[in-house]
Design a protein around this ligand. Structure first.
Ligand SMILES: [Fe+2]
Ligand SMILES: [Fe+2]
Length: 205
């Protein structure tokens, strides 16, 4: 009888640890994988857009694309680190994008950032909260806050390009190596998103 009771308790504990009762984090895992694909593709795409902007004689827009490309690679690395912490492998994929004129590339960048800011990251953040995956919450929030700034920077660049004033755009960007936060000009002493000291920022000029 005593042995039987112990057996029942052990079975119960095994059932809990095998997550018969714990909740699934499948949604968040799927979201992290999609975010890795999105950020890796954005990073490669913006690097190609920077090259195109240089070829078309828009060096200042090229700088912005370079800075954002760096930021997106930081987001991709953060998301990858979260997936690793969860002990899950990333499936292989190939970034796919098309390079057009700089004006069209800016329009595409605004479209991408807007989707991330209005739809993608708000949903991912909500699901990471529901799934209680705190590292995903941090990583998604770093990207979400940064994309809002990218959206604004790209909108300003497109306006200036259309107005024929590309040469008035910033000549220097600083990118936070922790969260990808992107400043036009000099960054403050500490990152406004992750509090990382300015000494750890990357300068693009
Ligand atoms: Fe990003
Ligand atoms: Fe971005």
């Amino acid at each position: 009888m005593k042995v039987k009771s112990i057996f029942l308790i052990v079975s119960f504990l095994i059932a809990i640890s095998n997550n018969s009762f714990s909740k699934s984090i499948d949604n968040t895992v799927k979201n992290i994988k999609n975010a890795i694909i999105g950020e890796t593709t954005a990073s490669a795409k913006y690097a190609a857009y920077a090259k195109k902007a240089k070829e078309e004689g828009f060096p200042k827009i090229a700088l912005l694309f370079e800075a954002a490309s760096k930021a997106e690679s930081i987001h991709a690395n953060n998301h990858r680190a979260v997936l690793e912490e969860l002990g899950i492998k990333m499936d292989s994929f190939k970034p796919e994008f098309t390079v057009k004129t700089t004006k069209e590339n800016l329009e595409d960048a605004i479209k991408g950032e807007t989707y991330e800011v209005t739809t993608m990251y708000p949903n991912f953040i909500k699901e990471a909260q529901n799934d209680s995956v705190s590292l995903a919450l941090i990583s998604f929030n770093y990207a979400y806050q940064t994309e809002k700034k990218h959206q604004a920077l790209y909108k300003k660049a497109l306006e200036q390009l259309i107005a024929g004033k590309e040469n008035t755009l910033p000549t220097k960007y600083m990118v936070c190596t922790t969260c990808g936060n992107t400043y036009d000009g000099e960054a403050p002493a500490r990152c406004g998103i992750s509090m990382t000291p300015r000494e750890r920022f990357i300068t693009i000029q």
